[in-house]
Design a protein around this ligand. Sequence first.
Ligand SMILES: *Cc1c(COP(=O)(O)O)cnc(C)c1O
Length: 350
Amino acid sequence: MSWTENVRKVVPYVPGEQPKLDKIIKLNTNENPYGPSPKVIEVLKNFDTDVLRKYPDPNASDLVNAIADYHNVTSDRVFVGVGSDDVLSMAFLTYFNSDLPVLFPDITYSFYDVWANLYRIPFETKKLRDDLTIDASDYDMPCGGIIIPNPNAPTGVAENVDFFENIIKKHPECVVIIDEAYVDFGAQTCLPLTDKYDNILVVRTYSKSRSMAGSRIGYAIGSPRLIKYLLDCKFSFNSYTMDSITIASGVASIKDEEYFADKVAKVIATRERVKPQLRELGFDFADSKSNFIFATHKTVDANIIFEKLKASNIFVRHFKNPSRIDNYLRISIGTEGEMDELIKVLKEIL
Ligand SMILES: *Cc1c(COP(=O)(O)O)cnc(C)c1O
């Protein structure tokens, strides 16, 4: 027998390309085209590097308290992690420990099945309707947990709070996770449900609406009991996940509401301006409440458009799996100028 038989083998998540070229238009990983708050830049410029001698605060208390203040909840209801991927991975490990399957949509964030496989969690996917909306009745069965992004990724389609409350009411036996990575771009938040139900976890990230994908900050809000279980698992895994510099910049960002609101509004305005332009060019898409548009073209193959855009140094995302979406492109919303260039190039190649 070979040692390789005793190795944990997994098929990893494949992140979007991060091309090393200058002068490209990068619309492939839903980053924010605007920089982080000037308050963050100030923190980075003035950071006392002697602090790096010491371990960071394992509880990241300054950041936990700032997030708790911002959302008007107590600190024992907040968990922070190194990006929401870290938060979600810990949440899978902590809450999805049943023999019954965890449920999520067939078209959704493609990391969910990777974590389920990594942790040997049984799961079942539920098919989106043809218009890419979620059929709540699909989730009407005993299960080991539920996770749904709102708005869903990569579709951009949002459901309202009542939709999720109806699902949660039926599932006192498991934890329901709402991944709100894109909620700031116009969807309803499920945060009020965390006051009412002790088994719902709402997960957020700084990577999209706060322009800080490079800093790796994510957080979750739930009931004190839910958060306690998550912290127990985190402290059984790695205590010092978030570094001192990141903790300080995370605090500065969430305290600068004016800058945040202004940049989010800008992205939304650009998205709404681009929607009719894409339709005019022959694209079809469900209405997006996120910082991307998930579109299919009426006559031209997604792969052809993808390659031609790439040849013009414009990067968008093309998922080859599941095959139901292999004729779609996910186009992140960039600056006004970037989107003008995209439309111009599309006009040339279509
Ligand atoms: C981007 C994204 C994440 C991960 O974000 P990070 O905080 O950068 O790890 C999680 N869920 C969804 C649906 C996303 O699109």
